[in-house]
Design a protein around this ligand. Structure first.
Ligand SMILES: NC(=O)c1ccc[n+]([C@@H]2O[C@H](COP(=O)([O-])OP(=O)(O)OC[C@H]3O[C@@H](n4cnc5c(N)ncnc54)[C@H](OP(=O)(O)O)[C@@H]3O)[C@@H](O)[C@H]2O)c1
Length: 280
């Protein structure tokens, strides 16, 4: 599996397996087991997905060594201080059955839980300090954020001692987030592309279908090629063994610059929610 290298030198497999909306229990266990068997070495979960225990069970039973799997989780919105954030990461590690995490992210920058209680800048600074402390202790190998826009990143970096290694945001055809992408790339923050198929809405898009036929690719391949062409790290989710396998075959994908431009402008695919307005 090809890798990107984070600003701290840690390598991260170029594609990750997304697990949002895969319910805890047999389906999460089977999907992650199948993904690891197919060759994925990077699993993306989150406290709020509720499936950390099944993800951990799949990792434990995979027969793979811990060091060969890149594992990410995310601190949920109800954590607003240093102590509760730290404790939640330790709890995630227990559920996942691991003694370190490769990457932990702050899931959202301006959650409802803290919106009326304290400025989001203060909440993010406290949660991030918890991440920095876990990073220094070696319990977490890289740290970062998710759904952070430029103003959230700028505020965070006023107090952060360690620059975020990753920003995981919605990046899919129709949502290229060019200003944010340029900003992150200028700061050496790797962009992880969540919902690379617009949570499946891409598959109903006629224009994308036409472009895929012209390029001789499936729609999934077209979207992954678009993502990789831009230097993003896509996180496709699937519970279908056939799709899990297909989404891993990225090595020889290429896409024309004209197709990239048309996909940048694509209409009708689910996009990024405004993190300052979300109701969770
Ligand atoms: N940080 C955040 O706030 C955030 C938010 C959203 C997502 N994420 C991360 O990003 C991951 C992916 O995003 P997502 O879950 O929104 O969805 P997605 O990966 O954009 O799309 C998943 C949908 O596409 C279908 N699909 C997958 N591969 C396919 C293929 N090769 N051909 C046809 N259909 C295919 C899946 O159906 P089948 O299951 O039937 O294959 C499912 O309906 C998440 O699981 C999560 O890890 C993070």
């Amino acid at each position: 599996m090809e890798v990107y290298t984070l600003a701290n030198g840690l390598t991260i497999p170029k594609i990750g397996f997304g697990t949002w909306q895969i319910p805890e229990g047999e389906l999460a266990f089977q999907s992650v087991s199948y993904a690891l068997g197919a060759g994925y070495r990077h699993i993306d979960t989150a406290q709020i997905y509720g499936n950390e225990a099944s993800v951990g069970r799949a990792i434990a039973q995979s027969g793979l060594e811990r060091k060969d799997i890149f594992l990410t989780t995310k601190i949920w919105n109800d954590k607003i201080g240093f102590e509760d954030s730290r404790a939640s990461v330790i709890e995630s590690m227990e559920k996942l059955g691991v003694d370190y995490l490769d990457l932990v992210l702050i899931h959202w920058p301006n959650p409802v839980a803290s919106r009326d209680r304290l400025p989001w800048q203060e909440r993010n600074a406290a949660v991030y300090r918890a991440l920095e402390s876990l990073y220094r202790e070696g319990k977490v190998k890289a740290i970062g954020v998710s759904n952070f826009m430029i103003h959230h990143l700028e505020a965070l970096m006023e107090t952060a001692e360690i620059r975020p290694h990753v920003n995981q945001i919605m990046l899919a055809p129709g949502t290229p987030q060019k200003n944010l992408v340029t900003y992150c790339q200028s700061k050496d923050i790797l962009l992880e592309a969540y919902s690379p198929f617009g949570t499946g809405t891409l598959f109903e898009n006629e224009e994308a279908g036409r472009l895929a036929r012209e390029a001789g690719l499936t729609l999934a391949q077209l979207a992954l090629a678009w993502s990789l062409d831009k230097g993003f790290l896509p996180l496709p989710k699937s519970t279908s063994p056939e799709n899990i396998q297909a989404n891993l075959a990225i090595e020889s994908l290429s896409i024309s610059s004209q197709a990239v431009e048309v996909l940048d402008q694509l209409q009708g695919v689910k996009g990024q929610m405004d993190p300052d307005q979300v109701d969770f």
